[in-house]
Design a protein around this ligand. Structure first.
Ligand SMILES: Cc1ncc(COP(=O)(O)O)c(C=O)c1O
Length: 242
């Protein structure tokens, strides 16, 4: 891997893999089927690397206009049922029509038939990873179930998770609990409610004390960004702790 591709957008390859393992596996095939590099190069979204300032009013106005959400509502659910940006929606519709019309060659819009293995080759460097480190699953549910059900546990093994996991994590964890007799322990995450101070160290401490309390922890399962509060957990530090 060249030095150009090993550090993309400041994401170090190892950091990405260690910190977001399930995230990588979770990439949905449905939405990536048209996202080959060739397609991305041919499509001008009109976005010119906007500055990343939280208080940039123009930028956020533009972001808001990218969504067809009912303006009367403040919609805060970024997980479970999100809203697709208009540009993605338009491209999705356009491409779905092409596939419906000419499923045998897709009117050659995407080059040769879009095999997923070749898509991985195209997108891996954007994640600072080598192709063999990325798997495209059909969606997050598929990725999580594949990983968790593919692991071998012994009765009495412990899996640490959090009390803010989506059913997509808790459901396969329940399956292995019943299959192998593992003990699934939920770490209570400190919650920021607007008054107290919660730092990264507090999350680390919550996991550290759970790890100290159980000698046979075999797996940590947590969302990098929790769907209930949008909290970003310090994934890299948690992986190092494990
Ligand atoms: C944290 C989290 N995990 C998993 C899922 C399920 O994702 P998918 O519909 O891709 O299976 C969601 C849904 O939004 C989610 O918020």
């Amino acid at each position: 891997m060249s030095s150009d591709t090993s550090k993309i957008n400041g994401i170090n390859r190892r950091r990405f893999i260690q910190g977001s393992a399930s995230f990588a596996v979770a990439a949905g095939l449905g939405s990536t089927i048209f996202s080959s590099e060739a397609e991305a190069h041919n499509w001008n979204s009109g976005w010119k690397h906007p500055p990343h300032h939280d208080n940039d009013k123009k930028l956020w106005h533009k972001v808001r206009n990218e969504f067809s959400l009912n303006k009367a509502n403040t919609y805060m659910n970024t997980g479970t049922t999100g809203s697709i940006p208009n540009q993605v929606l338009e491209q999705y519709e356009k491409n779905s029509k092409i596939v419906a019309r000419s499923p045998w060659d897709m009117e050659n819009k995407f080059g040769d038939f879009p095999y997923t293995t070749e898509m991985v080759d195209d997108i891996a460097s954007s994640f600072g990873a080598d192709p063999y480190e990325i798997i495209l699953s059909r969606n997050t549910t598929d990725g999580m179930c594949t990983i968790i059900n593919g692991l071998q546990f012994e009765p009495g093994d412990v899996i640490l998770t959090t009390h803010h996991e989506h059913i997509v994590a808790t459901s396969p964890l329940n399956v292995v609990k019943q299959r192998f007799g593992v003990n699934v322990v939920e770490v209570q995450l400190p919650i920021y409610t607007g008054t107290e101070t919660v730092s990264e160290d507090d999350y680390i401490e919550a996991f550290r004390s759970a790890l100290n309390a159980h000698s046979n922890v075999r797996l940590l399962t947590f969302s990098h960004i929790t769907y209930k509060t949008g909290t970003k957990l310090p994934a890299k530090r948690l992986c190092e702790l494990a």
